[in-house]
Design a binder for this molecule. Structure first.
Ligand code: NAP
Length: 297
């Protein structure tokens, strides 16, 4: 699928590495067809040694070599990368952005280039079990769509959406989703410790319970409420626990949390679209509240 295609990673951190690993594990291309750019001097040699890919500290060199240019930097770094690469991207090249909150129109304006795929992946991509939601601009060709789909399938599951706004919704649900799951798991482990289990045993019980429940839900294909009813005997322990969870407003608080994450994603997108392509960022301007933004990106 990507045999005659070179991939250039601009930013070679956690997600870029997850993508490189997935692409190579799935045999989509050869390591020498991947070039990873990162300002950290030791990062390139590290990736070269681990995966046999090429590396550089020069974003322009990587971008010029790539047929698919993956933007995998943090959102606050993106304006500088767009400034660096402005006007350098050739018509046949595809921009593949995983930068949270960065809208395709911002990237198109910043690079003066139309063909863009925008993806919201999530952390389990590192295990090949990610959930990616993605969209593309009209300039992206059918071949590039197929290539982008193949890359995302190497990271787990993927869903293509026409409407870019769905990426903000996905950011709140699946992009931020592992946070909710980890917090719930952490709370359960602590509850186990409160009962008297060691942390090690409580962790094992919780992880296997979550893993088993997920597999059961997926394989049975049953409605989640039906699965829950199956383990809730009248007057039993589950019914007692559920009564307390509902009394504590679990569903409402989960819904409010997801809504808040959605609003924050939209706000970050709006702010990044107001950043100038010359590297100026409203995040750095006086009068824009920056507190807490970076931790949430
Ligand atoms: N991690 C996730 O699960 C996840 C999920 C969804 C979306 N995303 C998005 O994916 C993107 C990357 O996230 P990540 O977790 O992989 O972040 P990361 O591990 O911090 O990787 C970003 C890399 O970019 C490098 N970098 C900094 N300035 C650069 C520049 N000017 N040019 C090129 N590279 C530069 C960083 O180097 P230094 O370390 O030296 O700064 C770092 O190695 C973010 O936009 C994030 O929103 C991540």
């Amino acid at each position: 699928m990507l045999n005659d295609t070179t991939l250039a990673f601009i930013g070679s951190g956690t997600m870029a590495e997850a993508m490189i690993k997935g692409i190579l594990n799935n045999g989509l291309t050869d390591p020498h067809r991947i070039i990873a750019s990162d300002p950290r001097l030791e990062r390139g040699p590290e990736l070269e040694e681990l995966y046999g890919v090429r590396s550089t500290t020069d974003n322009k060199e990587a971008a010029q070599a790539g047929d698919i240019i993956v933007l995998s930097v943090k959102p606050q770094v993106l304006p500088f990368v767009l400034h660096d690469l402005h006007g350098l991207i050739r018509p046949h090249q595809l921009i593949f952005s995983i930068v949270a909150g960065a809208r395709t129109e911002t990237i198109a304006r910043g690079l003066r280039h139309g063909a863009i795929v925008r993806v919201m992946p999530n952390t389990p991509a590192q295990m090949g079990e990610g959930m990616s939601v993605w969209t593309s601009t009209p300039e992206v060709t059918e071949k590039q769509i197929a290539q982008a789909g193949a890359i995302l399938q190497a990271l787990g599951k993927e869903i293509y959406v026409e409407d870019e706004d769905a990426l903000d919704m996905a950011t709140a649900l699946s992009g931020t989703g592992p946070t909710y799951v980890f917090l719930m798991m952490e709370a359960l482990v602590e509850a186990g410790v409160y009962l008297g289990f060691s942390r090690r045993v409580a962790r094992k019980l919780v992880i296997q319970t979550v893993l088993g429940s997920v597999l059961f839900a997926e394989e049975s294909g049953k409605h989640l409420a039906e699965l829950r009813n199956m383990v809730t005997s009248p007057g039993g322990t589950s019914a007692e626990a559920i009564y307390q969870l509902e009394k504590g407003g679990l569903r409402t608080i989960v819904s409010k949390a997801v809504w808040a994450a959605y609003q924050k994603s939209r706000l970050l997108g709006e702010m990044s679209s107001k950043r100038g392509h010359r590297g100026t960022s409203l995040l750095e301007s006086p009068g824009i509240p920056t507190e807490g933004l970076e931790e949430n990106e």
